[in-house]
Design a protein around this ligand. Structure first.
Ligand code: SF4
Length: 115
């Protein structure tokens, strides 16, 4: 089975062709660099995404938040739920942990901007 993907790791957006044998990646072509190969293998076996969202302080101030690292794609909803439930008080500095170990992924969600 062949799958077509666009690499999202840089603005070049290389078109990737991935040969699969069931759920196993056999080969990746079309990538200009190793990152494209890594991306295709990850995307087709265990896709990951950085979560970006916002959380409101008790004063109603909106704080942009993102996960420090990508989390499994199928855990995004749970991560957003944990982040939205965080109790945040001002001031907040960029990089402050807003929710630790979101959805049990081992990844922290941090403030993306100082407020
Ligand atoms: S394969 Fe390499 S050059 Fe092509 S889009 Fe991905 S990161 Fe960029």
């Amino acid at each position: 089975m062949t799958k077509e993907l666009i690499c999202i790791c840089c603005p070049m957006g290389c078109g990737l062709t991935v040969e699969m044998n069931g759920s196993e990646v056999v080969s990746v072509t079309g990538n200009t660099c190793k990152r494209g190969d890594d991306y295709a293998r990850q995307e087709l076996t265990a896709p990951m995404r950085t979560v970006t969202t916002t959380v409101r302080t008790a004063d109603g101030v909106s704080i942009p938040v993102k996960t420090k690292e990508p989390v499994p794609k199928d855990r995004i909803f749970d991560c957003v739920k944990d982040i939205k439930a965080a109790n945040v008080t001002l001031p907040v500095r960029v990089g402050d942990v807003i929710a630790a170990n979101v959805a049990g992924t081992g990844i922290d969600a941090v403030a993306a901007r100082s407020v």
